[in-house]
Ligand binder design. Structure first.
Ligand code: NAD
Length: 491
């Protein structure tokens, strides 16, 4: 059987690469498509095309309002094609169809939001301290953007880079992950259909050490927007020494969820399930460390165990499925290894912890809850990126905050309490880029997203993020016709 073949999108054309690789369907473990593996030479072509497009009249000559309209059109096309893209994302990553459909429909709103903002990224007029000068600041596109994304939620993670970058007038080379790149390569067709001039958006996939490195160290790249793991981020920071590009890093997390005795436990249980078992736990904001106030510990843990056991695992393309497979065999092996180290250090598996006996094909893993004594247990300390919830009891607010902040990460967090004053106190004290109170795993194009510490730097989403794709230019205009005074003294 011939497998479907995907192509890179470079300089307005869909192109084959010399090297290819097979993409694996995580629900079967079998190859289902052939993907291009962009080399350093292909990557250089894409960056040069983006660099040319940056000053080409077809793009540079558009007003900000016209750029906004193109983004709006792209959003509409995305919404129209959401079912097809969702099916591809589910096939290539194992993420369940009910989530990919809903998520892609919403991603359209990210393009529309930034489309609306394109002509609102204003410069400034400065009330300068010299009577014969007019000084104003222009906001100009920063240049070619290298956007690098990991395999989970590639369409979403690229939207929060691509949309503000294009709104600002930049051009982009987007590198899809080598795992699950199908929806992003297919998305290139919508970019073309929306009418973006050639070279403005280029989409590649390939491996980190060839394509990724060539892209992030390329001398013509001015801005790197990266989402992925902290170890890769460190390599990218090294790469960026070659081009001194501005950089934003959206990295991993080990997000704490604090539940106090006055919380509404039914609602808490659902939010915790959403935080750790949705997307099979493969989410940077996964609420993977659960801290429960001791008096309600047993009751809440029993509720969670019952909910975890009732989760319907299965074919991710079936709309009734609640949890699909992990995306890769490597990911599952990593989880198994960390779990067995955790058990060896005294952790107790309350449910799950196994490959489901009826799902030996594909990369399935049971929803798992682990009782842990402290933050040193490996499954509490390290990101698993899977459906594993570690639970620890606490006594009082002070201990809860100490446990929550005892991490090098700082992406998201959750607080469940009906005590408003306590909620506000905790919001101030928790060290994380996002605090959800009495809810979990909510996002919006309007809200900045990003972390502290090992979770990264910079923010994506929200109106300010357009500025990160611009650079300012100070313009000085002398308004006097008198001769320039003493040339040997700085004015
Ligand atoms: P990864 O870091 O292995 O890969 C991410 C991307 O970087 C891929 O496209 C990869 O090809 C590329 N890459 C690898 N080496 C490179 C190099 N030397 N130079 C340039 N590019 C290179 O991440 P992953 O395993 O695919 O994804 C999981 C990680 O992503 C987790 O840590 C997760 O928490 C994180 N993540 C963070 C967010 C966020 O918004 N904070 C969102 C999703 C995922």
């Amino acid at each position: 059987m011939t497998l479907p073949r995907f192509r890179c999108y470079i300089d307005g054309a869909f192109v084959d690469t010399d090297e290819t690789f097979e993409s694996i369907d995580p629900s079967t473990g079998g190859a289902w498509a052939v993907m291009p593996a962009a080399s350093a030479v292909d990557t250089d072509r894409a960056v040069r095309a983006a660099y040319r497009a940056l000053s080409d009249a077809a793009w540079a000559g558009l007003t900000a309002t016209q750029r906004g309209k193109l983004l709006y059109k792209l959003g509409d096309l995305l919404a129209e094609h959401a079912p097809r893209l969702a099916e591809l994302e589910t096939r290539d990553t194992g993420k369940i169809i009910r989530e990919t459909r809903a998520q892609i429909g919403y991603i359209a709103d990210f393009y529309r939001y930034f489309g609306g903002l394109a002509d609102k990224a204003e410069g400034a007029h400065l009330p300068i301290d010299k009577p014969d000068m007019e000084v104003y600041l222009r906001r100009e596109p920063i240049g070619v953007v290298a956007a690098v994304v990991p395999w989970n939620s590639q369409l979403f993670l690229s939207a929060v880079k691509l949309a503000p970058a294009l709104a600002a007038g930049c051009t982009v080379v987007l590198k899809a992950s080598e795992e699950g790149p199908a929806p992003l390569l297919e998305f290139g067709k919508l970019v073309e259909q929306a009418g973006f001039p050639k070279g403005v958006v280029n989409i590649l996939t390939g491996f980190g050490q060839s394509c990724g490195k060539a892209l992030t160290s390329h001398p013509l790249v001015a801005r790197i927007a990266f989402t992925g793991g902290p170890a890769t981020a460190q390599q990218i920071v090294h790469n960026s020494a070659e081009n001194l590009a501005n950089i934003s890093l959206e990295l991993g997390g080990k997000s704490p969820v604090l539940v106090f005795r006055d919380a509404d436990l039914d609602s808490v249980a659902n939010a915790i399930v959403a935080g750790i078992f949705a997307a099979t736990g493969q989410s940077c904001v996964a609420g993977s460390r659960l801290y429960v106030e001791r008096p309600i510990y047993d009751k809440l843990v029993d509720m969670l165990v019952a909910k975890a056991r009732a989760i319907r695992m299965g074919d991710p393309q079936d709309p009734a499925t609640e949890m699909g497979p992990l995306a890769t065999a490597r990911q599952r092996a990593h989880i198994e290894a960390l779990l067995s180290q955790s058990v060896a250090s005294g952790a107790r598996i309350l449910t799950g912890g196994q490959i489901p006996p009826d799902r030996k094909d594909g990369f399935y893993f049971e929803p798992t809850i682990v009782a842990c004594a402290n933050n040193q247990v490996p499954c509490v300390a390290e990101e698993l990126f899977g459906p594993v919830l570690s639970v620890i009891a606490f006594d009082g607010e002070e201990e809860a905050v100490t446990l929550a902040n005892d991490t090098r990460y700082g992406l998201a967090s959750g607080v469940f309490t009906r005590d408003l004053t306590r909620a506000h106190r905790l919001v101030r004290r928790i060290r994380a880029g996002i605090v959800w109170v009495n809810t979990y795993r909510a996002i919006s194009p309007l809200a900045p997203f990003g972390g502290f510490g090992l979770s990264g730097l910079g923010r994506e989403g929200g109106a300010d993020s357009i500025r990160d794709y611009t650079r300012s230019k100070a313009v000085w205009i002398r308004t006097s016709d008198d001769p320039i005074p003493d040339p040997f003294v700085m004015r």
